[in-house]
Write a protein of this length. Sequence first.
Length: 424
Amino acid sequence: MEAFSKETPRSELILGINGLGRIGKLTLWHHIARKYFSKLVVNIGRQVGTSLRDVVHYIERDSTYGLLGGYLQGFRAGNVVEHIDENSREIVIDGIKVQILTESRNPKDIQWAEQGVRLVVDTTGQFRDPTIPYDVPKGSLRGHLEAGADKAILSAPFKIKDKTQPMPEDAVTTVMGVNENDFDPRVHRLISNASCTTTCLAHMMKPLIDYFGADRILTASMATVHAVTGSQEVLDRLPKAGATDLRKNRSVMNNIILTTTGAADTLGLVIPEMKRIGFIAESVRIPNTTGSLIILVVNLQEEPSGEPIRRDLINTIYQEAAANDPRGYLHYTEEQNVSSDIIGLPRAAAIIEAHETHTRTAEVSIDLDKVCQVEVGKNPAAGMERMIRIAVTQAVIYGWYDNELGSYVNMLGDRTVSIAETME
């Protein structure tokens, strides 16, 4: 894992983190290590255990990534929690002050203004609709702005419930290294960091679009073999009233579970060219705490005068894209990996498993008389061939990603700091 600078904080800004679940806790780890913000304010929105020490116990330990001290200081780590004040609800971890709030769950009621917080990362997954006003009873992402924040970053894709509503002008979805410059600090106040799957997928698709162009990509599909998330059940449970997907209530410990992903829709916001490509995205959950895999299948049109699309060409495209990536978001490897090998790999949006890249080329025949868009008889040339044959290559590409700390949280941290730099 990456060792961040041990210098004093580089910004006087105070960062707010709403939620202390998987992404919330690991975001806290990231910014303690990074030491960009002078102070971190974490809103839990409820009492935890019997004292503040129980919150510290949770922060210090992680069943997937080990001890916080090991993450910060490696095998020489000592006690990184330097101070706990029960009265002020303040903790000092590795020199960084962390304020814990427990009073309010509705974003509009959180004491961001009183704490001096101007930038908030919402990791709860509960407030995903940017069109909902701040004052709805169950809360809204816009509530953070009402509570005093200038900008709020969502650690999930936007999800507009009312499909007749357009995306608000002050909301934008970005993936670092792909379309981060779509963020305009003068306009945007709500920023979605997309999802872990969309992040990986965007970095897998972008090199292909850059090389071939969107018009040569006839269709694409992906399936993510995804680690479990906190929304799934440990043991089988009776579904809630109105539930339509009964698989969500089955035990994650004992099953491979088919589910859905919104990666295809979100990808169109990040890479607009994807809207011209027929695309399908599916998801399969497996009993694994982190470390996920995208299997991407792309159908590419061959050009008679161009270089044939073969396995070596596909791998070269990714190898060169990774070599030219200044921040190392795209990785290329010819090793034979398993999922645990990529856990914690810093900022690796996608790790291309070049050993498993495959291509097959076939000739697709199209009967023009059966294509309704083609008007038959316009050209009366005798003996005109009514069949056309197109060479199409199908490429299968594998991309690993650590859906928690290594990929998503580290890149969320980069997005957060890049936005903070516009607020100085």
